[in-house]
Design a protein around this ligand. Sequence first.
Ligand SMILES: *[C@@H]1O[C@H](CO)[C@@H](O)[C@H](O)[C@H]1NC(C)=O
Ligand SMILES: *[C@@H]1O[C@H](CO)[C@@H](O)[C@H](O)[C@H]1NC(C)=O
Ligand SMILES: *[C@@H]1O[C@H](CO)[C@@H](O)[C@H](O)[C@H]1NC(C)=O
Ligand SMILES: *[C@@H]1O[C@H](CO)[C@@H](O)[C@H](O)[C@H]1NC(C)=O
Ligand SMILES: *[C@@H]1O[C@H](CO)[C@@H](O)[C@H](O)[C@H]1NC(C)=O
Ligand SMILES: *[C@@H]1O[C@H](CO)[C@@H](O)[C@H](O)[C@H]1NC(C)=O
Ligand SMILES: *[C@@H]1O[C@H](CO)[C@@H](O)[C@H](O)[C@H]1NC(C)=O
Ligand SMILES: *[C@@H]1O[C@H](CO)[C@@H](O)[C@H](O)[C@H]1NC(C)=O
Length: 473
Amino acid sequence: MEYSCVSLLTFCMSLLCFLISTQGRWHHHHHHTKHKHHSHHDTMPEISAPPEPSIALAPEPSGPPDDENSGGSTEVFDVRKFGAIGDGVTDDTNAFKMAWDTACQVNSSSTIYVPNGFSFMIQSTIFTGPCQGGLVFQIDGTLMPPDGPEEWPKNNSKRQWLVFYRVNQMSLQGGGAIDGRGQKWWDLPCKPHKGINATTLPGPCDSPVAIRFFMSSNLTVQGLKVKDSPQFHFRFDGCQNVHVESLHITAPALSPNTDGIHIANTNGVQIYNSVISNGDDCVSIGSGCYDVDIRNLTCGPGHGISIGSLGNHNSKACVHNVTVRDSVIKVSDNGVRIKTWQGGSGAVSGIMFGNIHMISVRNPIIIDQFYCLTKDCLNQTSAVYVSDILYEGIKGTYDTRSPPMHFGCSDSVPCTNITLSDIELLPAQGDIVLDPFCWNAYGELETLTIPPVYCLREGVPRSILDNKDMDHC
Ligand SMILES: *[C@@H]1O[C@H](CO)[C@@H](O)[C@H](O)[C@H]1NC(C)=O
Ligand SMILES: *[C@@H]1O[C@H](CO)[C@@H](O)[C@H](O)[C@H]1NC(C)=O
Ligand SMILES: *[C@@H]1O[C@H](CO)[C@@H](O)[C@H](O)[C@H]1NC(C)=O
Ligand SMILES: *[C@@H]1O[C@H](CO)[C@@H](O)[C@H](O)[C@H]1NC(C)=O
Ligand SMILES: *[C@@H]1O[C@H](CO)[C@@H](O)[C@H](O)[C@H]1NC(C)=O
Ligand SMILES: *[C@@H]1O[C@H](CO)[C@@H](O)[C@H](O)[C@H]1NC(C)=O
Ligand SMILES: *[C@@H]1O[C@H](CO)[C@@H](O)[C@H](O)[C@H]1NC(C)=O
Ligand SMILES: *[C@@H]1O[C@H](CO)[C@@H](O)[C@H](O)[C@H]1NC(C)=O
């Protein structure tokens, strides 16, 4: 079966043109017979109709339908043509590599097609660019890796499964699914609480990121259902212009490190209209990210939307111009979070969290400059500077194990210019309202908040004004 969206689209467009022009002619004729003198200022079909007499079947000589139709502008490569079987057992790695290499050489846009109704098992693979033209990777079937660490080929990286490297202009899309088969990785005794007696045993613990884009640009990821990654579901690092749209990502609430989308050193990011539930951050934003726009996500269960952790191992970290808005976060360990390690440097600034609805969220609003995984982190004087953070329209309910707002900022590098506007957070259960927590946090309230915040300090502290060699990014 030779099937492609393009040919289907072309067919639909031709059919549409046909219907419109037939209808147009019919109207025309109709008007001619009934009221001959009013036939020119007429309805839409009339505008589209060619002057009579007409041969209606051919598409209009210009416009989008013709572009699609003009022949050879998009070549389609079905992975089965390269020998992929898609029975869920056979190793189809080589067929996918050949399809990639072929499509990548095409000097115009091309489509790699993964058909519906098949499950393709492929090993860890790096799809390398740059390609000659733009690419569409159309996944309508299912992709899956080998099942767990035992099945993973010894000579393959255990840190990543599918990698797109140095690719420009690509869309990974479709109505299909990507099943990371993470369970056996999550059960490794090195994972938190998976060892004997719920311990965490030492040992190599690498688990693959399902889909990684590395040093790539102008990317779209759209429509796919992605589940049960052994580790992060998506990771973008060193990328530019990333558009994520209508993804559905799921993993169990207790699956370790299964972040939905992680970005680092990446700018120009849009993440829209997606649903993510997992065992770690819904979206995590690492160092080197800026111009990030996140809208209409439904997150949870999980750990909320995080900027950080930043400044690990005394590193310099910079994140600026991030907007997160019009979203829902439910049953999560955090809502919107900024977390930095002590001893880091650099800055997080120009962050806006707006119109976010919280449902039973622990720590709905949190800045944590004492982030530490082990409890034995020493206090240090340097820190990633957090400033110009706006929270606007954050409403809903919080899990009363933690205060609804927590601003824990460094002693030597306090947070400044935190603005709260239109905040209403009520306990999810019971009626004990917890006080917001502040430590070295400076900023102001634009409106009254629920619960009231009395602990933000006014102005800018001396330590910030005096600190001339503080890193600005
Ligand atoms: C590829 O297309 C470009 C223009 O689109 C043309 O200049 C170039 O010669 C083509 N290269 C090959 C190898 O066909
Ligand atoms: C791993 O080993 C297999 C079999 O020896 C070989 O075919 C494959 O190319 C190797 N893969 C890598 C990534 O080295
Ligand atoms: C696990 O717990 C049981 C019962 O508490 C104990 O007897 C056993 O020694 C523990 N095993 C390890 C490896 O700690
Ligand atoms: C990405 O797309 C933009 C706009 O279409 C274009 O200007 C830019 O050159 C592209 N970047 C790369 C690396 O291809
Ligand atoms: C928000 O995203 C959901 C999918 O999660 C979609 O159904 C809905 O239409 C989107 N809303 C808007 C306003 O785009
Ligand atoms: C912030 O990022 C948005 C895109 O998310 C961009 O349109 C805007 O220009 C950026 N603002 C600044 C000040 O760079
Ligand atoms: C580090 O500083 C914080 C805030 O001043 C304080 O609460 C904490 O006890 C200190 N920790 C150590 C290990 O000194
Ligand atoms: C405070 O932060 C807001 C953004 O939240 C910004 O517009 C404003 O300029 C900042 N104020 C100062 C004094 O830097």
